[in-house]
Design a protein around this ligand. Structure first.
Ligand code: SF4
Length: 582
């Protein structure tokens, strides 16, 4: 969008910036808002998806408070007539449709009235507040690539997100893509060689082809040939495709182009469920395509949808079993069905008896063939029977991130409210607080900290680790969790299918045990236990490790024990928590 605005002449290249990825990924909301305010921008545009729309609003609110004259524009798939987000007072302009045409228009009118000083006043006079709807689809030949025109900042090893086309010839009823973009449009062919040259020069670690179905068009082999020629240093390539169209020759070509991993949509093995959402599946061709890619060492990530209309819990289990039989389970990705606004499925939901969340991620809650509890049970049984994690556990971290954002605070012997003295913009996207048992008792302090966090950094996830030789007091634990918890958090909604005794995810409680003291383990499920890697654990505590609890690799952990533990936790290494100072 920014690149298109520059190309249209609406703004000068030096007047536009895209926020750095590491700031967006690792910084808290206040850090992003501060970057915008300190940049002195006249206009700030947010792209709102279901997973970030609430965060966009939180950042926009802080920006407006600090700099009321900055014009805030919200676009992206979440912005459509009738959506509740359109009431947000911190947003000046809601852009509906492809941003490329709209943003040039929005900026162009204000720009011509005289850039910079007083620009926002001109913009307000010219357009007023409210909805702006794109007049049509963007001309992709006039939309430059943001990497090539230098707008997208990267660091060595970062991925490059590359679009070569937009649109999809298929019409899956739950997907926006086929409906919003009725035709398949392509970016100019020259983008591919130039993008690979740029990725090579910048030392990027992967090219991620964003095309919704890379092999959707009859000319996809030509595009692939062009990538194979352009990708001289074999930068790993990732894309999404349909396995049914993969032949041995095409698999060779994909490998030559640098393909390392693909996403493929299976969704279900139940033909009735697939027909209900407008999908087709050729089982033999799918299996043949998977085999050809796997034999060439290409990772196949297969998507499965839980809660499709017509699917029962047993059908879901059949689908997971099928993936296991095909050797595809290791990289499977399970998504609950999203009933997205603006899709055909959403229009049909009432008639089909599908209930779903009214706010993002709009996940299915129940269908006539699968009840709410059956979905929770299906997730739990799949995780147990196939030893897999459909929902990644929330992990505490015992050090700050490398970008300088505060990610860890040792509050043992310190008042929790002491944190509120620091600038909110120092906070990262996740924060681990290490406390002792006594530290849980300062209820007023925790409430103060909770409201400070929600005020400035509502998207930051909190993990509280209680370092205590005895089982933490249940009522104190509850009080601290309550003080920090945001029940309305998006993160809570994307865990609703997870069977879990704590029942909270935006704040997570842990108990760090001193040594091999199983009796101190909280059996009420109020905390996740963390064992320390000590000689005693390895010598006498192997039974405790069978359920793969978190283990802290700390000061007292001997290198030999750590190595044994790593062998024991192969495939589950993320549950081993590095904490050299503790
Ligand atoms: S889900 Fe994939 S194949 Fe189906 S319409 Fe959307 S982009 Fe196309």
């Amino acid at each position: 969008v920014a690149a298109a605005a520059v190309a249209s002449g609406a703004v000068r290249r030096e007047d536009v910036r895209i926020a750095p990825r590491r700031l967006m990924d690792r910084g808290g909301d206040a850090a992003v808002a501060e970057w915008i305010v300190s940049g002195g921008f006249d206009v700030v545009g947010f792209t709102a998806y279901q997973w970030n729309v609430e965060r966009c609003l939180a950042v926009a609110r802080t920006v407006k408070e600090a700099s009321p004259g900055t014009v805030t524009v919200l676009g992206g798939p979440e912005i459509a007539p009738g959506m509740p987000v359109l009431d947000a007072p911190q947003v000046d302009i809601f852009a509906v449709g492809e941003g490329e045409t709209l943003i040039a228009d929005i900026l162009g009118r204000g720009y011509r009235r005289g850039l910079r000083r007083g620009y926002h006043r001109g913009l307000r006079r010219g357009l007023g507040r409210g909805l702006r709807i794109a007049p049509g689809l963007a001309d992709l030949s006039a939309s430059p690539n943001p990497y090539l025109c230098g707008l997208m900042e990267t660091e060595r090893g970062d991925p490059m997100y590359l679009e070569t086309m937009r649109g999809c010839p298929h019409r899956c009823s739950y997907c926006h893509y086929g409906k919003s973009f009725p035709t398949v449009r392509r970016f100019p062919g020259s983008v591919v060689p130039e993008a690979f040259r740029c990725a090579e020069e910048r030392g990027l670690g992967e090219v991620y082809l964003m095309d919704p179905t890379f092999n959707a068009s009859p000319r996809w082999e030509n595009a692939l040939e062009s990538i194979a020629r352009a990708n001289r240093t074999r930068i790993p390539l990732h894309t999404e495709l349909r396995l049914e169209a993969v032949t041995a020759r095409r698999a060779d070509l994909l490998l030559r182009a640098g393909l390392r991993s693909v996403e493929v949509g299976l969704q279900s093995v139940n033909p009735r469920a697939l027909a209900a959402v407008g999908r087709r599946w050729d089982r033999r061709a799918f299996e043949g395509g998977a085999r050809l890619l796997l034999r060439r060492g290409i990772e196949v990530r297969t998507g499965v949808i839980l809660g499709l209309p017509g699917d029962t819990a047993e059908d879901f289990r059949d689908t997971v079993r099928y993936l296991k039989d095909q050797g595809l389970l290791g990289h499977a990705e399970v998504y609950p069905l999203s009933v997205l606004p603006g899709t055909r499925l959403r229009e049909e939901a009432g008639r089909r008896g599908i209930s779903f969340m009214p706010s993002p991620p709009y996940w299915v809650l129940a269908t006539p063939t699968m009840g709410a509890q059956e979905m929770v049970d299906a997730v739990r049984e799949t995780e147990r029977d196939f030893r897999m994690e459909l929902f990644q556990p929330v992990l505490p971290r015992f050090r700050d991130g490398k970008d300088g954002f505060l990610g860890f605070a040792d509050l043992r012997g310190r008042a929790p409210r002491s944190l509120t003295a620091m600038a909110p913009s120092r906070l990262g996207a996740a924060l681990t607080l290490l406390v002792d048992g006594d530290g849980l008792s300062a209820r007023g302090d925790w409430r103060k900290l909770g409201s400070w966090l929600r005020r400035y950094n509502p998207s930051t996830l909190i993990q509280v680790v209680v370092d205590s030789p005895t089982r933490p007091d249940a009522s104190r634990l509850e009080a601290v969790a309550d003080a920090l918890h945001d029940p309305a958090s998006y993160f809570e909604r994307i865990h609703y299918l997870k069977h879990d005794a704590q029942g909270r995810f935006s704040v997570r409680m842990f108990h760090l045990l001193p040594d091999l003291t199983p009796r101190a383990v909280d059996d009420g499920g109020l905390c996740d236990p963390i064992l320390r890697c000590t000689p005693a654990l390895l010598a006498r505590g192997r039974d405790l490790l069978r359920d793969r609890p978190f283990v802290l690799l700390g000061r007292a952990s001997r290198p030999g024990d750590v190595a044994s533990l790593r062998r024991l936790y192969r495939g589950w290494e993320h549950l081993l928590l590095e904490a050299p100072g503790i």
